[in-house]
Design a protein around this ligand. Sequence first.
Ligand code: AMP
Ligand code: ZN
Length: 138
Amino acid sequence: MAEGCIFCKIVKGELPAYKIYEDENTISFLDIFPIHPGHALVVPKKHSVDIFDTDEETMKQMIAVAKKIAPAVMKGANADAINIGMNNREASGQEVPHAHMHVIPRYSADGLKTWGKNLYKNDRHKKKLCEAIKKELE
Ligand code: AMP
Ligand code: ZN
């Protein structure tokens, strides 16, 4: 429990939420400002801020719940598709600093765009990034 964290408050029942799923480690409830109605959040009960400080077991639990609820959200919201997303840190658009995943119903002609596409400057640039990331994994 982190002081002042709204998702910790929802976990503890101190703030209301439209819960769709709950187990020992994870809860899922409707996003208050949905991209489309039915948009759900998957939230670990244990407080962490983002993917960087969330342990692997908790990430697995979160993705398992996303996997469980995705077909239910899709059918319940009469959607054609689902986006799964997780924002990590402010520059990514993260507003609530308690790790969570979004399960977002999508419709064939809903007009929403996902991320734009970019290009590498050249092959050298691509190789450099590839090497830089691999080095971090060593
Ligand atoms: P993010 O931008 O990934 O941090 O997403 C946070 C999400 O939490 C946003 O989509 C908000 O609409 C949603 N949200 C904020 N407060 C609440 C709340 N009290 N109950 C449900 N969803 C909330
Ligand atoms: Zn929290």
